[in-house]
Unconditional design. Structure first.
Length: 334
């Protein structure tokens, strides 16, 4: 079968489409998927550079954490899926190939109103957002959510899910253009962080948050950036606020004001989806099917598709994602 393959770890020029070994037949609860589309993630860029190795049991040089496709074959114990059904889901690697072998518990059926390319934008972003904001942070109606990098795939998913629950949302972006686009999805207040005054001064950032929240601060922060916002996050949290750390593109190390965290009785949670156990991913997928799939089927929340590339143009797709020009998800089409 053909797959996106890393010849050497480094730049996008090291990617190629290569024939790799065919997968084994599905056993027990396994399902063989004929992949039609797979979205890119920042993790793919890091893995390509040799900075984010695949978990044990997943291919080191074949990328891809999410997919949409058709069931090609099923194991003898599979109960919920049939050959030919359209499905999508998450995996820890290997999704950017013609075929993928996965557990049925990590799959969901694609709503009829979505194409394969639209469906491919959904699993990683929406499962991550649902798990971080609602399962771990327990965001409630009437509270306020702050999303850093709101124009990213996970950011846009969190924005839509929060608005579906009547939550007020503040978003940050380095450009005003992305915030303006987010207004159409219900963003209540946007902060451009590309200016030096805001980026380098947590107090100014916190003052903007204080102004919007009437002095209370935000109840939940979804930080998809990392260290560069940590001081501003603590300043901006409300009493009993919850800070969920997901991304590290803005750095891995930050000074920690312990006194402020104690005074605010803050909860700080770090989370990652890729390296979780089969059982944890199955539970996250179950909640996605329960809470998000109906919203997608009715159109209350929508795929965040920015641009589609043919799989042969994977190098250009990586370069586009790295340019930070994308608004939403970048998809490879097989």
């Amino acid at each position: 079968m053909k797959a996106v393959y890393i010849k050497e770890f480094g730049g996008a020029e090291n990617l190629e489409i290569r024939e790799v070994e065919d997968l084994s037949k599905p056993r027990a609860t396994q399902v063989l998927i004929n992949v039609k589309a797979s979205a890119l993630n920042r993790a793919d860029i890091l893995q390509r550079k040799g900075l984010y190795p695949a978990p044990k049991g997943f291919p080191e040089r074949v990328l891809g954490l999410e997919f949409a496709g058709e069931v090609a074959e099923i194991g003898q114990s599979v109960k919920d899926f049939k050959v030919g059904e359209r499905v999508f889901g998450i995996t820890a690697g290997g999704a950017q190939a013609e075929f993928l072998l996965t557990e049925e518990f990590h799959l969901a059926k694609i709503p009829e109103n979505l194409s394969f390319t639209e469906a491919a934008t959904i699993p990683e972003a929406f499962i991550t957002a649902l798990d971080a904001v609602f399962t771990q942070a327990n965001l409630q109606a009437g509270e306020t959510l702050l999303i850093h990098a709101v124009g990213s795939g996970v950011g846009l998913a969190a924005l839509q899910l929060a608005k579906a629950k009547n939550v007020k949302v503040i978003g940050t972006s380095r450009t005003a253009d992305k915030l303006q686009k987010c207004n159409g999805l219900g963003l209540d207040f946007g902060i451009v962080t590309g200016t030096e005054a805001v980026k380098d001064n947590p107090k100014i950032f916190a003052e903007l948050i204080e102004h919007f929240t009437g002095g209370k601060g935000v109840d939940v922060i979804l930080d998809l950036v990392g260290a560069s916002y940590f001081a501003a996050n603590l300043e901006s949290l409300a009493l009993k606020g919850r800070l969920i750390l997901v991304g590290l593109v803005g750095g891995r190390e930050a000074e920690f004001h312990l006194g402020m965290a104690l005074a605010k009785r803050a909860k700080i949670v770090g989370t990652v989806l890729r390296s979780r156990s089969t059982e944890e991913k199955a539970e996250a997928t179950r909640l996605f099917i329960k809470d998000v799939l109906p919203l997608l089927a009715t159109g209350k929340v929508k795929p965040n598709l920015d641009k589609v590339f043919k799989v042969e143009d994977v190098k250009e797709a990586h370069e586009y994602l790295e340019s930070n020009e994308s608004f939403g998800k970048v998809v490879l089409e097989f």
